[in-house]
Design a protein around this ligand. Structure first.
Ligand SMILES: *[C@@H]1O[C@H](CO)[C@@H](O)[C@H](O)[C@H]1NC(C)=O
Ligand SMILES: *[C@@H]1O[C@H](CO)[C@@H](O)[C@H](O)[C@H]1NC(C)=O
Ligand SMILES: *[C@@H]1O[C@H](CO)[C@@H](O)[C@H](O)[C@H]1NC(C)=O
Ligand SMILES: *[C@@H]1O[C@H](CO)[C@@H](O)[C@H](O)[C@H]1NC(C)=O
Ligand SMILES: *[C@@H]1O[C@H](CO)[C@@H](O)[C@H](O)[C@H]1NC(C)=O
Length: 332
């Protein structure tokens, strides 16, 4: 049928060639109009598409009517508005929250530093949560843990109310940050986490603290309970009564290793927003009482009184880059 019609039309028009060319013209115009129509339609659809996404964005903005904070633009990436799954931030939903991580090493005063932070109503520092093996077993469990902490869903004795303004944790360098530094630096940058480096200047003093602490873990000098931190001066005296002997052969190597770890950490994390605190404990000597940490320092005063084999240690370090550590007033 269609073929027949076609042929008959051809036959009909072949009689008048002028009219045939007019038909061709008309066909061309028709096709042109159709193409234009399709083109215009597609543009219309595209615009409708963008309009609907714009509408969607508007809805999102309406959903969070927090006023623009009056801060420098460089601050914005560090201000967060988490929505915890476990509770509602209620009237503080629009208070920005800052994320931090205290990167430190055992026996560097970080426990003391954390008690200071946690004494603030709006600060929540959740402790050494990566001391638990499963949480640091791989990068996915690390991220999962961090997500929970920074979403305010981590429950610890340090958890504060809905008005938390800064949340973080204490993270020892041997609990993952060095091993997984590339991924963690990415995470810190992506999520606007600030790093607080907390180190001790006098690594010899740190070594005494490490040895004494591990001795007490076995011997439990205070009523048969092991204590890493104490709150009473007489308890501090009891713990300090143990004078560790330091293996002079290994001393230089151990000090070097600790220093290298610190240097590495600073190098890896230097591209994140960070602050470096060295010996806060000593640095804040005067305001100690004002800031009200209830912890009491265990090893005070001259170093020679805390080391069993002081003479050996002195001989080993004399004339080396670590000679300063022997001075009583150096990074007490
Ligand atoms: C801060 O320390 C003071 C004095 O020790 C104490 O009374 C107060 O309850 C502490 N605040 C918090 C939030 O821990
Ligand atoms: C990471 O560790 C957890 C717990 O040990 C395990 O369930 C998970 O499969 C591990 N994931 C990867 C990617 O290795
Ligand atoms: C700190 O917490 C109090 C209530 O505990 C709240 O009123 C205040 O707005 C909070 N401050 C900040 C900066 O979030
Ligand atoms: C240890 O025991 C003594 C005597 O029983 C007591 O006076 C002291 O408070 C106890 N100390 C601790 C840290 O429990
Ligand atoms: C010091 O350490 C070395 C190597 O581990 C060991 O051979 C030596 O016996 C130790 N010295 C003392 C006094 O413990």
């Amino acid at each position: 049928m269609a073929d027949d019609l076609c042929f008959s039309a051809k036959d009909a028009f072949s009689i008048k060639p002028v009219k045939k060319s007019a038909l061709v013209l008309r066909m061309i115009v028709l096709v042109f109009v159709m193409v234009c129509g399709v083109y215009i339609c597609s543009i219309c659809l595209k615009q409708i598409g963008t309009q609907s996404t714009a509408g969607f964005l508007n809805v999102q903005v309406i959903d969070r009517p927090c006023p623009e904070p009056d801060v420098e633009a460089s601050e914005i990436p560090y201000m967060h508005y988490p929505k915890p799954k476990t509770f509602s931030r209620a009237e503080c939903g629009c208070n920005p929250v800052r994320y931090f991580a205290i990167l430190s090493m055992q026996r560097s005063g970080s426990g003391w530093f954390e008690t200071l932070l946690n004494n603030h109503t709006n600060i929540s520092s959740n402790g050494e949560i990566f001391s638990v093996k499963i949480r640091k077993s791989n990068i996915s469990t690390i991220f999962e843990t961090l997500d929970k902490v920074y979403n305010l869903d981590w429950l610890s004795s340090a958890s504060k109310n809905e008005c938390t303004a800064a949340v973080g944790l204490k993270w020892m360098l041997n609990q993952g940050p060095i091993q997984n530094h590339a991924e963690i630096v990415d995470y810190f940058k992506k999520h606007g986490v600030s790093a607080i480096f907390l180190f001790r200047r006098n690594l010899l003093r740190r070594m005494i603290s490490v040895l004494a602490n591990s001795y007490d873990r076995d011997k439990k000098l205070l009523n048969r309970t092991h204590k890493s931190h104490v709150h009473l001066p007489h308890e501090a005296e009891i713990l300090a009564s143990y004078r560790p002997s330091i293996n002079a052969t290994l001393l230089m190597k151990d000090l070097k290793q600790v220093q290298e770890t610190t240097t590495k950490a600073l190098e890896y994390f230097k591209s994140t927003r960070h602050i470096k605190l060295v010996d806060v404990l000593e640095f804040l000597k005067v305001p100690l009482q004002e800031v009200k940490s209830r912890q009491v320092k265990i090893h005070r005063g001259s170093l020679s009184s805390h080391i069993e084999n002081w003479d050996d240690v002195q001989k080993t370090l004399k004339g080396t880059e670590y000679e300063n550590f022997l001075r009583t007033d150096y990074g007490r």
